[in-house]
Design a protein around this ligand. Structure first.
Ligand code: UT7
Length: 336
């Protein structure tokens, strides 16, 4: 029997229409457009409507990814949704709700909780399922309604995050040149409280007191997270490149998690990446957590800049703390 590999066949994304600009935020908290651009690179982010939830955005991104993979919905045998802003805490999973919205029944479906690293974590699971022969077509989603856990009176977090979704189809192939080369996902729970939504959960179940203290909102030790992010992201990429004997200049597209332009610039410089190699969406979407990387891949794809077999390097970092990197040739047709 010939060896089975996992191929990244297609990408899709969805960004809500409402734009929240830095000027809008100036009216809400003590901040300025200049500060936000200088410290983060963000100019605006998208915010979902009140009745537009994580699964709606995930389903829209999925529809595109399925269409572009040229497969039928019935051929999907696993759905993974990476999110820390699920429709419901903690059941049903958002993956199950998306499956229902897509009209796919009788499919294995579950959520992944790895914050901003969630999409790449989910890719590693998809790869393992496909390579083992257990599944043939996996729908991998990163979807977040981060605005549902942001405190819009906290200037240290509300300027950063936005909403959106991205999705990809990972399919079985016998062509080794199309295969996902490697994914390295890891975590260090010693930093569990660097990025946290304290409630609801078994430590702080939903209560009037918890809400009065604002425990339902994301809290971040920003500066410490920043420093760790630069160090970890750089080392992570060095490791995966060395392990696979690939040089930085052989990467067609470096697609880092879009958390802060200064982090991306520091990591890109340390790795010797040219400006042309680095994919940036931070200015228009901010940090969309698990949706950040697939939304960035989709921007590249839709601009016509992603071609068959071009090599992508993904690199991400988030709450947990978690991180992951991946070396992936694009196995779909270019757009246009
Ligand atoms: O996606 C998961 C991973 N997340 C990240 O990687 C995020 C990492 N962290 C960051 O991106 C940055 O730490 C921030 C953008 C959140 C903050 O930038 P910073 O350069 O680390 O600033 P800081 O926290 O050290 O704060 C510097 C100053 C403080 O004032 P004082 O104490 O020096 O008087 C803050 O109060 O900036 C102040 N500040 C602000 N000023 C205007 C913090 N937020 C704001 C704001 N507008 N929005």
């Amino acid at each position: 029997m010939s060896q089975v590999y996992a191929a990244f066949k297609s990408i899709g994304a969805y960004a809500p229409k409402n734009v929240l600009t830095n000027q809008d935020l100036e009216k809400m908290v003590d901040t300025s457009n200049e500060w936000i651009i200088k410290r983060t690179g963000i100019k605006e982010r998208r915010i979902a409507d009140k009745d537009e939830v994580t699964s709606d955005m995930g389903a829209k991104a999925s529809e595109l990814a399925i269409k572009r993979a040229q497969i039928k919905k019935e051929e999907i045998d696993l759905i993974l949704c990476a999110t820390v802003t699920p429709d419901y805490f903690n059941m049903p999973s958002t993956a199950c709700i998306i499956a229902n919205k897509l009209g796919i029944a009788n499919v294995q479906a579950f959520d992944i909780s790895a914050a901003c690293s969630g999409f790449v974590y989910a890719l590693s699971i998809a790869k393992a399922f496909v390579e083992s022969g257990m599944k043939k077509n996996v729908l991998v989603i990163g979807a977040e309604k981060f605005s549902s856990i942001v405190d819009y009176t906290d200037r240290t977090t509300c300027i950063l995050f936005g909403d959106g979704a991205g999705a990809a189809i990972i399919s079985a192939t016998s062509d080794k040149e199309e295969a996902i080369i490697d994914i390295n996902a890891s975590a260090n729970g010693a930093y569990w409280d660097y990025l946290i939504t304290p409630s609801p959960g078994s430590v702080n179940p939903a209560s009037k007191e918890a809400i009065e203290q604002g425990l339902q909102y994301v809290k971040m030790r920003g500066n410490e997270t920043f420093k760790l992010a630069v160090k970890t992201l750089t080392q992570d990429v060095k490791d995966i490149l060395e392990k696979n004997s690939i040089k930085a200049n052989e990467i067609d597209h470096f697609i880092p998690h879009q958390a802060n332009y200064r982090i991306i610039k520091a990591v890109g410089d340390a790795l010797g990446m040219s400006e042309e190699q680095v994919v940036l969406t931070i200015h228009k979407y901010g940090n969309t957590s698990a949706a950040s990387i697939p939304m960035a891949i989709n921007e590249l794809y839709e601009s016509g800049g992603l071609k068959y077999k071009e090599l992508m390097l993904l690199d991400t970092f988030g709450g947990g703390l978690t991180w992951a990197s991946a070396l992936i040739p694009f196995a779909g047709k270019a757009n246009g």
